[in-house]
Design a protein around this ligand. Sequence first.
Ligand SMILES: Nc1nc2c(ncn2[C@@H]2O[C@H](COP(=O)(O)OP(=O)(O)OP(=O)(O)O)[C@@H](O)[C@H]2O)c(=O)[nH]1
Ligand SMILES: [Mg+2]
Length: 422
Amino acid sequence: MGVELKNRTALDTRDSLDELSELASTAGGEVVGDGIQKLEAPIAATFIGTGKADEFARQCQGQDVDTVIFDDELSPAQSRNLEQVFECKVLDRTALILDIFAQRARTKEGKLQIELAQLQHLLPRLTRFWGHLSRQKGGIGMRGDGETQLETDRRRVQDRISRIARELDVVRRQRATQRQGRQRNLWPLASIVGYTNAGKSTLLNALTGATVLAEDKLFATLDPTTRRLRLPTNQNVLLTDTVGFIRKLPHGLVEAFKATLEEVVQADLLLHVVDASHPQAEEQIQAVNAVLEEIGASGKPTIMVLNKVDRLTANGHAGGEKFLPRFPNAVAVSALTGEGLPTLLAELNTQVRPIREFVELSVPHAESAVIARLHAVGQVIERNYNGEQAWFKVRLPPHLHVEFAPFIVQELQLPTPADPPA
Ligand SMILES: Nc1nc2c(ncn2[C@@H]2O[C@H](COP(=O)(O)OP(=O)(O)OP(=O)(O)O)[C@@H](O)[C@H]2O)c(=O)[nH]1
Ligand SMILES: [Mg+2]
């Protein structure tokens, strides 16, 4: 069920709802129908108008529907009221996405992050969470480790939330240690980002011979994978594939996935993979940019990778022509056939070279926020806390130099260190 609000076009509402269907199928559901209501603003009690709700409820009962999914986030009260009208389970987009993530999570970190997001989504809904429905039914929205908490009271959920947060903190510290290992290598970090199903994992596999699962499903990848990529000039780059983005990505999920997304925040360079054959490619680019903004990774040097050009008819680069004027360094590729990959490698070479520069900074010890930020966004290679001021030698992405300008002692353009033989 979608609503066409004042600020949305009919097309946007339709596309978003179609995507919701795809999400529902990915979660294992069978979609039997949908509906859209045009509304000035959501109705407080039932989100959609009561007339429309009654009409829809009759349809649902006729088709033996067991779940109604709304394309927008519902308040706890709205879900409860709607469940009474529909006499079945009512979910929103957030709960559906969380359910898919719960099914997909493989690593301990992934599972913890999902459980955290599920519990946070659940907390305000705890008062009478599906109390009037059979809990034995299970199914979409009821899976994942978060499910075991349904019966418990708010305080126990809150305790669990703090425990997960602490466990995730440990994971984060382990990651930081791993990164320090990488820092000794001084290889630039490139992160593959993009809309879900754009072909990110396929691209990592094609470029590095990795064997990350790639499939025609939304959110096939949850956990990041990093592989070394040797460029034609023998320069090495660490390439990371990670979780895909989607529009209306629940804020809590982005928050919960901070540890995973740190790979993106730390990257020197982003490869923004776009499914150029997708009719909604433009909107998907915008959605990805919005998430990058939210996690504090916007403004990084970015190569737009227009993928799946093998699917474009005519002279093969129709998608490229549409996007190229706006993204001057966009590269059209097919991760599947290998078309355009040499051009992408050449572009990577060009983009990677200028970021191999070091900066020396001198920061007063009292500026702890600056020092923390420096460690978060740069690769600290040497440091010395003994003097009057803290001293650092850091690899810092060029676009961040201005932020640290008051503390920069000198900028060093060092020749690329020779990479050890493979
Ligand atoms: N035709 C064509 N299909 C492609 C290309 N690249 C990827 N695909 C297909 O697109 C689907 C999604 O690919 P993935 O690599 O799993 O996409 P992803 O971006 O990693 O997706 P998530 O991890 O789910 O976010 C798979 O069925 C791939 O085979 C391409 O260049 N051309
Ligand atoms: Mg993937």
